[in-house]
Design a protein around this ligand. Structure first.
Ligand SMILES: *Cc1c(COP(=O)(O)O)cnc(C)c1O
Length: 438
């Protein structure tokens, strides 16, 4: 490749760090075309003019030569491929350190995983309800499908033959969500990976609540990682996309053909919005995680179990669990104090710090002293909006029972955005004081 006017014998640059790669992975042409746009263009076309009939690529296609669908060098029809989506997937692959493919939403990505691994046993416990709904759809007509608990004994299934894409279907799929929605608790991934692999099964991680750089489930041995990119990856509450990252290109292509056949593609515009957002993900997520960590520690200092209750005069009326009764957050694990609701959580022997070297989830939950406080506080704040979803730049509070009828009516999920910590703290403190007797 030409190096412009810089002359020959240039030293080779070191492999770029993640923050650099997220900005310079998807546009190899940027140095070769004059007037080349620096930002990607918004392109909405579903169909594209065919390659000239005598071109090499047209000849190859006519002869049935396989295309590399990750980078086919041609656009045909957007259910197959489209330039912006391809660029977005290149950046996602860098971010996740594996072969990433996008879908129309997180649940579409989850359903794709079910169809792709086609298990006859799924081990799962709690977590995002939409994934349970996707499993219910996968389950239709499969009277033999067993759903077991993560901590049940895993059946060792007789090994089926691998299919053309290298996947052994009809076996065990262990589905671990970590951190766990809605509490943000961290699950001991290594433990489940060992257990799943010892039984000859696959293990996938829904890592939506903590994208890179907070954690990388492949490091603990996950076979695939799934995200609702609607949350932190999109980060601006304005797109629905799901992503699955797998370890081989063959598996990627198998998922690609599933997506072609089901039409579960993200729109061109959503792909564009996601690409824009991925440029800043490390900055956003690190800051959100730091602010959430401080807020969780402060909220914990208001609870009756606090080892060091807040001594701030402004918190005088709030300490001792008068408003905040319980806080769940990765930074509070491992914990020895007892959660009276006995929500399944990892034991006192699991320290999540190694698994989450970049920081803990910016989404976590608290339990109020009363259901009235949980209902009213989200409507008494200035900067937090009462709404579902998470991961956006704006902070949200969700009275969780509004999304899941079975939830404790005192539980509120907090999604921390990019506002200043002191402002968010002051906002919550004021809302707590206004609802002391709610
Ligand atoms: C939101 C979410 C999903 C589903 O994603 P959609 O983009 O809403 O389809 C799956 N898992 C978790 C943990 C989520 O938070």
């Amino acid at each position: 490749m030409s190096s412009g006017s810089l002359g020959a014998a240039l030293p080779v640059l070191p492999t770029p760090q993640l923050a650099t790669a997220l900005l310079h992975t998807d546009d190899p042409d940027h140095k070769t075309h004059a007037n080349h746009s620096v930002a990607p263009s918004i392109q909405t076309s579903t169909t594209f003019r065919s390659a000239p009939f005598d071109s090499q690529i047209a000849t190859d296609i006519r002869n049935g030569a396989p295309l590399n669908w990750q980078d086919p060098g041609i656009e045909i029809y957007s259910r197959y491929n489209q330039d912006t989506r391809g660029r977005t997937e290149k950046v996602l692959s860098k971010l996740m350190g594996a072969e990433a493919i996008t879908f129309g939403s997180g649940v579409a990505a989850g359903h794709a995983c079910m169809q792709h691994y086609a298990p006859s046993v799924i081990a799962i416990r709690k977590g995002y309800m939409g994934i349970h709904a996707a499993i219910a759809v996968y389950r239709r007509g499969r009277t033999d499908l067993k759903i077991i608990d993560l901590d049940d004994e895993y059946p060792t299934l007789s090994k089926t033959e691998a299919e053309k894409d290298g996947v052994r279907r009809g076996g065990l799929l262990v589905w671990v969500e970590t951190p766990l929605n809605p509490t943000g608790e961290v699950r001991d991934l290594k433990r489940y990976v060992q257990k799943a692999h010892a039984a000859g099964g696959y293990i996938g991680v829904d890592a939506t609540l903590a994208p890179p750089p907070l954690q990388d489930p492949f490091k603990q041995g996950a076979d695939f990682v799934m995200h609702s990119a609607t949350k932190y990856m999109g980060g601006h509450s304005d797109l629905l996309v799901g992503v699955v990252a797998v370890k081989s290109k063959v598996e990627w292509e198998s998922l690609f053909w599933y997506r072609v056949a089901t039409g579960a593609v993200p729109g061109n515009l959503e792909s564009y919005l996601l690409l824009r957002s991925l440029r800043t993900i490390t900055l956003r997520v690190q800051r959100q995680s730091e602010t959430a960590h401080k807020l969780a520690q402060w909220l914990y200092s208001l609870t009756v179990d606090a080892a060091h209750p807040s001594e701030d005069v402004e918190d005088k009326e709030l300490v001792g669990g008068k408003v905040v009764e319980w806080v769940w957050h990765g930074s509070l694990q491992p914990r020895n104090d007892k959660d009276p609701s006995a929500r399944p959580t990892e034991g006192a022997d699991f320290d999540p710090r190694d698994q989450m070297p970049g920081g803990f989830s910016a989404c976590f939950s608290i339990r109020f002293a009363s259901a009235g406080q949980a209902a009213k506080v989200p409507h008494s704040t200035e900067y937090f909006t009462p709404a579902t979803s998470l991961g956006g730049v704006e902070s949200l509070l969700e009275h969780r029972i509004l999304s899941q009828a079975s939830e404790d009516p005192r539980l509120v999920r907090i999604s921390v955005g990019l506002e200043d910590f002191a402002d968010l703290q002051a906002d919550l403190r004021r809302a707590f004081q206004a609802n002391l007797s709610a």
